[in-house]
Structures are given as structure tokens and as C-alpha cells.
Design a protein around this ligand. Structure first.
Ligand code: PGA
Length: 258
């Protein structure tokens, strides 16, 4: 899976142009799922524009309640027929908006209950890493995030490993430190181990794990070749149609080559 998180970027016209450009460049691949996460505002019009054989849509966030007095929020029930995925617990939601594991667990459960798949983001901060706490943080975030899920629902879960220190914030895109592929391998293994402890061996093998954080066409292959990694969650580079379509092509080639 190659997923593009557009964050709070692009107006309606530019979002539509980006989809148009991607549609021209990206072929229909059976072996690569391409997911676009535009601003909430543009999901509905883009759901009419996208070639559904090539793209699926994701929301970047949603509320866990089905409806109610929650000014400014969008419910999973309102997204249900528009998107296939909802990104939950992105580090910007955790660290800028103060979302805690409890809330994230409710969102994951609501997302799956409403027939969509969750892309649960987990990852350590710089401080956690320096303190040697990476595996503990992953354990806590995975265990808490999937607390309300059953083993039958694991097909609807994707876990994105996104070390907070590796995520570009738009201003310094391209200059961030990135983890070595073997660090990502260790993290993917730790995530799967937690899934096994909760849901058993089959779930460990089945759950999809992605890497995200300053990915681009230059480093995509290295991460995609990491054992236990099934895809990339792309931020900055997903706003550039040439870079993003190149990354989809790299994913296609790497699955063809096994
Ligand atoms: P980045 O963002 O690729 O710009 O580092 C990744 C993310 O925030 O999901």
C-alpha cells in the first residue's frame, strides 16, 4: 500500500488537479493499493472524480461518536460510504492536538464498526528513542489502540510505524533524519509481536504494517524491501505528483520482483 497524507494542504481546485495528474500517471495495479487522504472538505468531490480501480480514499481523522453535539467534528458514520480508510492517531493528532490512547482506541473501534479500515499510526519521539524506549512506546500504543478490536477484525487494521523524529513538517521537508531500514525492521517486528500477543500468530502475519516519515522516491525502495513492511505512508512527497507516482511504480516493481 502507498498512502498519501495531504494534511491541511491544497484548495478544492488544486486537489482536483493533483488527482487528475496522478490519474494520468498511475496505472491500475492489482498488487499495490494506492490511498489518498485529502482534507475532509475535499473527500466528497474527489470521491466522484477518482478512478476507483486506481485509488481509494482515506480521511485523516474522524470522531468516534456516531452523531451528536460535537461542533466542528465529522463522524465515522458520515464517512462510511465515501472512504475506505481512516488515519487514526497520527503523531500530529497525538502531539499537536493532545489525542491520547483512550480516544484513539475508541476511534479505531468506531472506524471498524462502521465498515472502514483503520490506519493506526504509532511511533516514538526523539526523547523516547534517546531513552531506549522505542519498543515500550510501540507496545503501549499498539496494545491501547487495538484494545477494542477482535481477531476477526484484524483484516481492517493497518499499522503505520512513523517515528515522530523522522516526519517532515513541510518547512524542512527533505532535511529530516530518517531511520535506517534495519531500525524499521526492528520496529515492524516489535509491532507484529504485539499483535501476536493480542490476537495470535495468524494476525501477526496478516496485519499490514507501513513505514512513514520523510519518504521519497530515493528511499522508498529501501523501506519497501524491509521484511515485515507492506507499504508507505507518505506526507510531503504525496503533494508532488511526479514523486508520488514514482513511489507507486517503485512499490509495483518491488512486489513484482518479490
Ligand atoms: P512526511 O509525513 O512524509 O512529510 O514525513 C509523513 C506523515 O506525517 O505521515
Amino acid at each position: 500500500m502507498i498512502a498519501g497524507n495531504w494534511k491541511m494542504n491544497l484548495n478544492a481546485q488544486l486537489a482536483s488537479v493533483l488527482v487528475h495528474r496522478l490519474q494520468e500517471r498511475i496505472a491500475t495495479h492489482k498488487n499495490v493499493e494506492v490511498v489518498l487522504a485529502p482534507s475532509m472538505l475535499h473527500i466528497q468531490p474527489l470521491s466522484l472524480q477518482i478512478d476507483k480501480r486506481k485509488f481509494k480514499l482515506a480521511a485523516q481523522n474522524a470522531h468516534f461518536e456516531d452523531h451528536g453535539a460535537f461542533t466542528g467534528e465529522v463522524a465515522m458514520t458520515q464517512l462510511q460510504h465515501l472512504v475506505s480508510y481512516v488515519i487514526i492517531g497520527h503523531s500530529e493528532r497525538r502531539h499537536v492536538f493532545g489525542e491520547k490512547d483512550d480516544l484513539i482506541a475508541k476511534k479505531v473501534a468506531s472506524c471498524v464498526r462502521n465498515g472502514m479500515s483503520a490506519i493506526l499510526c504509532v511511533g516514538e519521539t526523539n526523547q523516547d528513542k534517546a531513552a531506549g524506549e522505542t519498543n515500550n512506546v510501540l507496545h503501549d500504543q499498539v496494545t491501547a489502540g487495538l484494545r477494542n478490536i477482535t481477531s476477526a477484525e484484524i483484516d481492517n487494521i493497518v499499522i503505520a510505524y512513523e517515528p515522530v523524529w523522522a516526519i517532515s513538517n513541510g518547512k524542512d521537508f527533505g532535511e529530516k533524519k530518517t531511520p535506517k531500514p534495519y531500525d524499521v525492521k526492528d520496529a515492524a517486528r516489535a509491532i507484529r509481536k504485539n499483535v501476536r500477543a493480542m490476537f495470535g500468530e495468524q494476525a501477526e502475519a496478516k496485519v499490514r504494517v507501513m513505514y512513514g516519515g520523510s519518504t521519497n522516491p530515493e528511499n522508498a525502495k529501501g523501506y519497501l524491501n524491509v521484511e515485515g513492511v507492506d507499504g508507505l505512508l507518505v506526507g510531503g512527497a504525496s503533494l508532488n505528483y511526479e514523486q508520488f507516482s514514482k513511489m507507486v511504480e517503485i512499490a509495483h516493481q518491488s512486489t513484482v520482483q518479490g
